[in-house]
Write a new protein. Structure first.
Length: 582
């Protein structure tokens, strides 16, 4: 039967089932407040349904990242920005990858925020295929941005944050949240993340087509490889400018813009390919775009590369160990700074290549690199004798290897050994630091085997320390703790940051020593130190005029009213007071 001319024919609408699901598993993340394998304040708490909302407050069952606020950026250990992003730093400070049971076309992501909301700045979906054993079937991984926005400062209330999402043309069960918490007054805490989507694609809009085209733009664009002979030779007013000025103008372009400008004309290509434009290279903001072709295309331009960040790059097969090693073999001779935070692709062979081909390396960041690196993998790093900054947070390095690295790195200034569970005796490790006369910052966060013996060793050798984190070093206790601690602050009088989080033995006597011997102190954390009173804190605030941060959360010997009085008396100091709702 033919169509009736008076009726408008419309295509049939596909019926699609809507699925709502909570994360089945946390696959990867950059940092956490808690300890791996534990259940308190760890990122894996994001797996499963909501258990906290609509309560608001500091809850151990929440997902909590390691830092917040500007304080870590103001500390002596803060990493300076590198490359073109130094003027406009990437917003992402932490991330978490969430795996869901069923693939859907995302229509909504509901983030249950139960303490200091407003940290999420990006939501990504990933097209990926894994077999029943969890292995990636192919390396054709594709990320698409679902939403991005500025950091928010919200009221002190829980909320379900569900921003409008862009449509995607693929079904996904892997979601990445990127968070920025530098603007927040205290730790952000997340309860759960609910993914809502349809089982069938309900159509394509122009935004989705445009997003797909943008996704296919590699940093190594094919149009960038050759300039057509028919391309205009007339470069306009640029021909009137000195080459040095053109270089300066191009140095202000972001990396993707620099790559896109290259095929414009021969003059632009010359300056876009100039090796001096690639002395410092920060690829972290483009973690979702970086793949093997990226490194291959950049290698020609990075012959004078001195600083490189691949932090967060290469997950789920987008970078192979071979492609990374090839890049380092070709471009690593002059490297002085290499940041590989949370790079899951790294293997022992990569570490060997770094150690052998980057002899000038001064800064190395391997924080949260855990997947394929066991203790023996770090042995080659003992040959890097020029290291001044080393970050091994959450790695599986052992006591013996750390000691050998320290013995061969006399120039060390910044060392992060936080949350390492494979070191049997931190006292033995710290004893070696006596030889590190230039050490400025030392992070021993959750060094559970550190005792007053190790604290005594620090007193003997590390007199130039400006920062130390002894948070959750639970073996720092006993009748001799106070005398050991007083000796420590008497020796390390240059301290600007001192974290004693949950070191239960800290008393007013120790607070008096801080007031007497640390006039330059700017940051102090005595969270959970039950014997510290308001009088002890006030002595420090009076004696340390540079003080700007003091965490007094869960110090039960001080009342809320006393905290209010201290805040009024010292308005230039951020005095923290976390709480738990009943």
């Amino acid at each position: 039967m033919g169509c009736c001319p008076s009726r408008i024919c419309r295509p049939k609408t596909k019926m699609s089932t809507t699925v709502s699901q909570f994360a089945k598993e946390v696959l990867h993340f950059s940092s956490q407040y808690g300890t791996d394998g534990n259940v308190s304040y760890v990122v894996p708490n994001l797996a499963g349904p909501s258990t906290i909302y609509p309560s608001y407050g500091d809850m151990t069952a929440a997902c909590v990242f390691r830092t917040y606020g500007p304080w870590w950026e103001l500390a002596p250990s803060s990493q300076p920005e590198i490359g073109r992003n130094a003027k406009k730093p990437y917003l992402g400070q932490d991330f978490v990858d969430l795996w869901y049971a069923e693939k859907v076309y995302p229509t909504e992501v509901r983030i249950y925020e139960t303490y200091h909301p407003g940290a999420v700045v990006q939501i990504f979906a990933c097209e990926i295929h894994r077999d029943q054993a969890g292995q990636i079937v192919n390396n054709n991984v594709r990320w698409q941005l679902l939403w991005s926005g500025r950091p928010q400062v919200s009221l002190s209330d829980p909320r379900i944050f569900s921003p409008p999402l862009r449509k995607v043309r693929f079904a996904s069960n892997l979601i990445r949240l990127v968070v920025h918490h530098q603007h927040l007054r205290y730790y952000t805490e997340l309860d759960a993340v609910e993914l809502v989507g349809t089982l069938q694609d309900d159509g394509t809009d122009l935004d989705a087509v445009y997003a797909l085209r943008m996704q296919t733009l590699s940093i190594r664009s094919q149009d960038d490889l050759n300039v057509s002979p028919s391309m205009a030779i007339d470069n306009g007013c640029f021909d009137m400018l000195p080459g040095e000025l053109i270089q300066l103008i191009f140095s202000d372009l972001e990396l993707l813009d620099l790559c896109r400008a290259a095929p414009t004309c021969k003059l632009f290509k010359k300056h876009c390919y100039d090796k001096l434009q690639f002395v410092e290279l920060d690829l972290q903001p483009y973690w979702h775009k970086v793949n093997e072709n990226t490194l291959d295309g950049l290698a020609e331009r990075c012959q004078h590369l001195q600083k490189l960040s691949l932090a967060w790059c290469g997950d789920w097969g987008s970078l192979s160990t071979e492609s990374f090693s090839s890049f380092i073999l070709e471009c690593g001779a002059e490297l002085r700074c290499l940041r590989l935070s949370a790079c899951a692709f790294l293997t022992p062979n990569n570490i060997s290549v770094i150690a052998s081909k980057c002899p000038k390396l001064e800064e190395l960041d391997l924080s949260s690199v855990r997947v394929k690196l066991d203790s023996d993998a770090f042995n080659p790093l003992t040959t890097l004798s020029n290291l001044t900054r080393l970050n091994l947070y959450r790695t599986r390095i052992t006591e013996t290897v750390v000691i050998n690295i320290i013995r061969n790195s006399p120039k060390l200034e910044h060392l992060n050994l936080g949350a390492i569970q494979t070191i049997q005796s931190f006292d033995n490790v710290v004893a070696e630091l006596v030889k590190c006369k230039y050490l400025l910052s030392l992070n021993l966060w959750r060094a559970r085997s550190l005792t007053i013996t190790g604290l005594g060793a620090l007193s003997e050798g590390c007199k130039n320390l400006q920062e130390i984190d002894l948070g959750w070093c639970v073996q720092l206790r006993g009748t001799q703790f106070s005398s050991s601690f007083v000796s420590f602050v008497q020796s390390c009088r240059k301290l600007r940051k001192l974290f004693l989080t949950a070191v239960r033995s800290v008393s007013n006597n120790d607070m008096n020593a801080i007031a007497a011997y640390l006039p330059d102190l700017e940051q102090l954390d005595v969270l959970g130190t039950l014997s510290v009173s308001t009088d002890g804190v006030q002595r420090i605030l009076e004696s340390c005029p540079k003080m700007r941060f003091c965490d007094l959360s869960f110090c039960n010997s001080m009342s809320d009213m006393e905290i209010i009085v201290l805040r009024a008396a010292y308005p230039k100091v951020t005095i923290q007071r976390s709480f738990v709702t009943s």
